[in-house]
Design a binder for this molecule. Structure first.
Ligand code: FAD
Ligand code: FES
Length: 298
């Protein structure tokens, strides 16, 4: 896999929810090699400050179109500069970087747990799981869910098969994104909001816990196979709850750690986390996705 380091043209950069932006980049080199869970490292300005690049997960990649999509929340100087970028401008990016989510061939019922902006890389994951499952089942219906926004947040080609279950949580209804795409990828999507403005009032980990204790809710219709893998991305409390529930239930679980980074390529130790064997791992190079038993401080 090769690392692209250069300028990509911005095809689109629009606000999809208050303070949350969806950017589409034309970059066939990154699109070709990208895997779900990997990130691009973005230089937000040509000026001196901020000097450091900002890591943003790949929310979708389309090899045919040569595009890479990201969804980001404006939290500080770097992301504010990104939000001000216009269609047609060039953006200095490096990627794809890091190790993404594995999709083992034995997976029957994947469960995806997302919190807020952490849902972004899970869209690419859901689409990749769907492709893996359909191609291993020999299904011809493989094109489809790459387009996050163009068809009203939906790929417009719903999968007929049950692919898995998603629990996603957002602060309020206004911040929800990606739900239709996840549904169209064949996932049963359970939405939560902190304020109860849509779906279950509470956290996605509450729903995961209920599911693990009691099985699917009566509204879910068909009985689905037992959960055999869990993927998560979101705030640290969400990841640590997922990690403890998964280890109690003896289900393999993979989480993406979105901590602060500097170089992004393993050269500075700016993103070290303690590993279970007593050493340290670099989130940018060894992760950002880890099996939960690999990391001690979840
Ligand atoms: C592998 C990886 C993937 C990521 N993917 C996404 C993504 O898809 N979408 C997205 O919106 N963000 C993502 N992030 C977080 C994103 O990198 C930061 O929000 C961004 O770097 C902030 O830059 P800034 O200059 O705007 O804010 P800064 O001025 O650097 O910081 C502003 C505030 O945000 C906090 N902050 C900064 N970085 C992080 C972080 N990594 N985690 C939590 N709080 C932080 C700071 O403590 C501060 O309070 C990802 C981070 C990593 C490591
Ligand atoms: S950010 Fe430099 S080693 Fe990870």
């Amino acid at each position: 896999m090769s690392l692209f380091c250069g300028h990509a043209k911005i095809k689109d950069n629009i606000e999809i929810a208050p303070g949350i932006y969806h950017m589409v980049l034309n970059c066939p080199e990154v699109a070709e090699d990208a895997a779900p869970g990997q990130f691009i490292h973005i230089r937000c300005t040509d000026a001196l400050s901020p000097l450091l690049r900002r890591p943003i997960s790949i929310a979708m990649a389309d090899k045919k179109e040569g595009t890479v999509e990201v969804i980001y929340r404006v939290v500080g100087q770097g992301t504010r500069l990104l939000a001000g970028k216009k269609k047609g401008q060039m953006l200095d990016i490096m990627g794809p970087l890091g190790h993404g989510f594995p999709i083992p061939p034995w997976v029957k019922h994947p469960v995806i747990v997302g919190g807020g902006i952490g849902t972004a890389p899970l869209l690419f994951l859901a689409e990749s799981i769907r492709e893996h499952k359909l191609s291993s089942a020999g299904s011809p219906e493989l094109s489809g869910c790459e387009d996050i926004m163009k068809t009203g947040n939906s790929c417009g080609k719903p999968a007929k098969e049950f692919i898995g279950t998603v629990f996603v949580g957002f602060l309020t209804e206004k911040e929800i994104f990606g739900a239709e795409l996840l549904k169209d990828c064949g996932f049963k999507v359970e939405i939560c909001t902190d304020d109860g403005s849509r779906g279950y009032k509470g956290f996605p980990t509450d729903l995961l816990e209920m599911y693990l204790n009691d099985g699917p809710s009566p509204s879910s219709g068909k009985v689905s196979p037992a959960i055999d893998i869990i993927y998560a991305c979101g705030p640290s409390p969400l990841l640590s709850k997922v990690a403890s529930m998964a280890s109690r239930a003896k289900i393999p679980a993979y989480v993406s750690l979105e901590e602060r980074m500097a170089c992004g390529v393993g050269a500075c130790l700016g993103c070290a986390v303690k590993s279970a064997d007593g050493g340290y791992m670099k989130i940018c190079k060894d992760g950002p996705v880890f099996e939960v038993s690999q990391v001690t401080d979840l």
